[in-house]
Write a protein that binds this ligand. Structure first.
Ligand SMILES: [Zn+2]
Length: 72
């Protein structure tokens, strides 16, 4: 009885992974972005920001496209 339940659960998870591997990966990425864990990539390094009066680096997330500016 116990062993049979375990087997059914394994089969269900296998089906989900087999059907939508890409969608699952995308969903995982979006979840990370929503939680604030972006995959930042330097878009423009050490650019002079007139407003702040100092050098800043522009970052963009490769998954959701969000940008942030960080002072050097
Ligand atoms: Zn992101």
């Amino acid at each position: 009885m116990y062993g049979r339940e375990q087997t059914e659960q394994l089969n269900m998870s296998n089906v989900v992974q087999f059907r939508k591997p890409t969608l699952k990966q995308r969903h995982k990425g979006k979840t990370l972005c929503r939680s604030g864990f972006h995959r930042w990539e330097i878009k423009q390094a050490k650019q002079f920001d007139v407003k702040q009066g100092r050098l800043v680096t522009l970052y963009q997330c490769t998954r959701c496209g969000e940008t942030k500016v960080q002072a050097e």
